[in-house]
Design a protein around this ligand. Structure first.
Ligand SMILES: Nc1ncnc2c1ncn2[C@@H]1O[C@H](COP(=O)(O)OP(=O)(O)O)[C@@H](O)[C@H]1O
Ligand SMILES: [Mg+2]
Length: 230
């Protein structure tokens, strides 16, 4: 079985004055390539902290993370940046699109940063925007797009370099039910057709239901799940 992500024994503590917050406690997780996994749990249970640790934004106090069989915290900061850039995509609640750039320019930017020749980057960006249904909006700036369309641009930008895994923090948090339904269906299609792996942090039951597996978090830990046979 091939894993996009493997994590073992992750701990993340925050010290604030006298007290210590155990934001992530002994979390282990394996995500098969080409699957969609949801992490659910109440506000403050450690979901964003876990995502930050899994994505190399924030180093854990202990534990290991492997992305596509490469050790995320194994070597230098530069090496970690390389693994992140090559193997990971990100979708956050805020899209962080650059307002002065067109949809096409926003999506090609990560490819240019990675050193892809400009003409190839343009082609790949157009392909990714086509895949999210925005082939006719390439030259639009974010202000000229609807919220749902901006969201699709952010998704195209997250998958344009064909990452091993896309990490999503409340990706449909600001959207109405219809738009969020169409976004999750789009992620499902990218997963099924493009074999992209998704890890989605959400408090939305209807999003989680579209995933292959759901892990529940409480107080920094995964809660054991017991499935009952009917
Ligand atoms: N940078 C930080 N410094 C100190 N405490 C933090 C920091 N980030 C998060 N926390 C604390 O860690 C816990 C988990 O937070 P978070 O991961 O943001 O939860 P969630 O995303 O599930 O709402 C909370 O108690 C929060 O207050
Ligand atoms: Mg959060």
């Amino acid at each position: 079985m091939a894993f996009a992500l493997q994590a073992e024994g992750l701990w993340k503590l925050y010290e604030s004055g006298e007290s210590v917050i155990h934001a992530v406690q002994d979390v282990s997780l394996s995500i098969e390539q080409g699957s969609m996994v949801a992490i659910m749990g109440p506000s403050g249970c450690g979901k964003t902290t876990l995502l930050n640790v899994l994505s190399g934004i924030d180093e854990p106090n202990s534990g290991m993370v492997r992305i596509n069989d490469e050790n995320l915290y194994g070597s230098t900061d530069d090496e970690r940046t390389r693994v992140r850039g090559k193997h990971m995509g990100f979708i956050f609640q805020e899209f962080n699109l650059l307002p002065v750039m067109t949809a096409l320019e926003n999506v090609e930017l990560p490819l240019l940063i990675q050193g892809m020749p400009a003409s190839e980057a343009r082609q790949e960006a157009a392909k990714a925007l086509n895949a999210v249904g925005l082939g006719d909006r390439l030259e639009h700036r974010p202000a000229e797009l609807s919220g749902g369309q901006e969201h699709r641009v952010a998704i195209a930008r997250a998958v344009v370099h064909r990452p091993t895994i896309v990490l999503c923090d409340e990706p449909t948090g600001n959207l109405d039910a219809d738009t969020s339904g169409s976004i999750i269906r789009l992620l499902r299609t990218l997963c099924n057709v493009g074999n992209t792996t998704f890890l989605i942090v959400t408090h939305d039951e209807s999003i989680a239901k579209q995933c292959d597996a759901i892990r529940q978090m409480s107080d920094g830990r995964f809660i054991e799940e017991f499935t009952e046979e009917e």
